[in-house]
Ligand binder design. Structure first.
Ligand code: ASP
Length: 345
């Protein structure tokens, strides 16, 4: 007889476990026991579940790298005895946390599945039950006693995605996430179909948690009419080590001399500037247009087809490693956890 997989369920907060505060009429995080009582079906699943809850569950708008570490710590403590992990998280910043964890959990060889819901578990029309139950089933998938999925994923509304490829695009629809630059890893219909060719390869090296994330970063989102004062203010932020420049289309930006000069000056001072497109699909291709050749000449790092969420968290991760300039650039432009397509076509 094959043994039942051991799944660790980590509850951080989010709509899934929220209740209405009738005084203020707004939703607030509630305790975990309430959540489990509302899904008795969990007991029928073919796995053993142990649970961990944040002492004070949070709305994910309050997420921060300190909380990322708390999630990573629960995974680390339970890594040897668990076969898979499910993290319940608010959908608002789920792609950020899940992307961060994809970098922090080194040599992961077990599934870590993030999920949540658009409606609380107590709501009659809730999407929470399906999301939670299927996420647990996905985390339990094994082949010859080995976890089938060995990466950080996000499960929402019948689809399993590579977490660091996702973005929240809808606050209304149950289908809240999208992964435009990478196909789904699995789909839940009458059967649970795993698309094996899309999974990251199995990992043999030993697991550990990378515990530092450098938050000395800034984001500069371009818009027509952006002023020199704004660009200057962002690039001169005290102690800044990296900037994500959110450009147009295939990585394009104004060709105004003052703009290029400010970027070049910041980079000379040792600030890394990464070019990430504002588009949710497609890739930065510096040099494709005249409006990006100047960025290439200055030496911006290409974010290629990385999501904004993965770019922010990858930058925090790489900056904490004190890499040489060359190494930083090389690692940013390489898929280290499947977060970008090296040769986008
Ligand atoms: N505000 C909630 C959160 O992110 C939304 C959700 O869970 O869907 O925590």
């Amino acid at each position: 007889m094959t043994k039942k997989p051991n799944i660790v369920l980590i509850y951080t907060g989010g709509t899934i476990g929220m209740v209405k505060d009738f005084e203020t009429n707004s939703l607030r995080a509630f305790n975990f026991d309430n959540l489990l009582i509302r899904i008795p079906e969990i007991k029928q699943l073919e796995c053993n579940i142990t649970t961990h809850s944040f002492d004070c569950p949070i709305d994910s708008s309050n997420m921060s790298p300190e909380y990322w570490l708390q999630i990573a710590a629960v995974i680390e403590e339970n890594y040897d005895k668990a076969d898979g992990f499910v993290v319940l998280h608010g959908s608002d910043t789920m792609s950020y946390t899940a992307s961060a964890l994809s970098f922090m959990l080194e040599n992961l060889s077990k599934p870590v599945i993030f999920t949540g819901s658009q409606l609380p578990i107590g709501d009659l029309r809730t999407d929470a039950k399906e999301n939670l139950i299927t996420a647990i089933q996905v985390a339990s998938l094994q082949e010859n006693g080995v976890p089938q999925i060995q990466e950080v994923c996000l499960y929402f509304e019948y689809k399993l995605y590579r977490a660091n490829r996702t973005t929240k695009i809808n606050a209304e629809h149950f289908e809240a996430f999208i992964s435009l630059n990478y196909p789904e890893l699995a789909e839940s219909g009458v059967h649970l179909k795993v698309f094996k060719n899309n999974l990251l390869p199995a990992n043999k090296a030993s697991f550990y948690v990378h515990k530092q994330m450098c938050t000395d970063i800034a984001v500069l989102k371009l818009y027509p009419g952006i002023t020199k004062t704004v660009v200057q203010a962002v690039l001169n932020t005290p102690n800044i080590k990296g900037v994500i420049l959110e450009t147009y289309g295939a990585g394009n930006a104004p060709t105004l001399p003052w703009f290029s000069e400010l970027l070049a000056r910041a980079m000379k001072k040792g600030v890394y500037v990464v070019n990430v497109t504002q588009c949710i699909g497609g890739s930065v291709i510096m040099g494709q247009y005249e409006t990006s050749t100047h960025l290439q000449e200055i030496g911006l790092v290409s974010g290629k087809d990385i999501t904004f969420e993965a770019a922010v968290t990858k930058m925090m991760y790489l900056l904490s490693k004190n890499l040489t300039e060359k190494e930083f650039e090389k690692q940013f432009e390489t898929a280290i956890k499947g977060e970008l397509t090296a040769n986008f076509a």
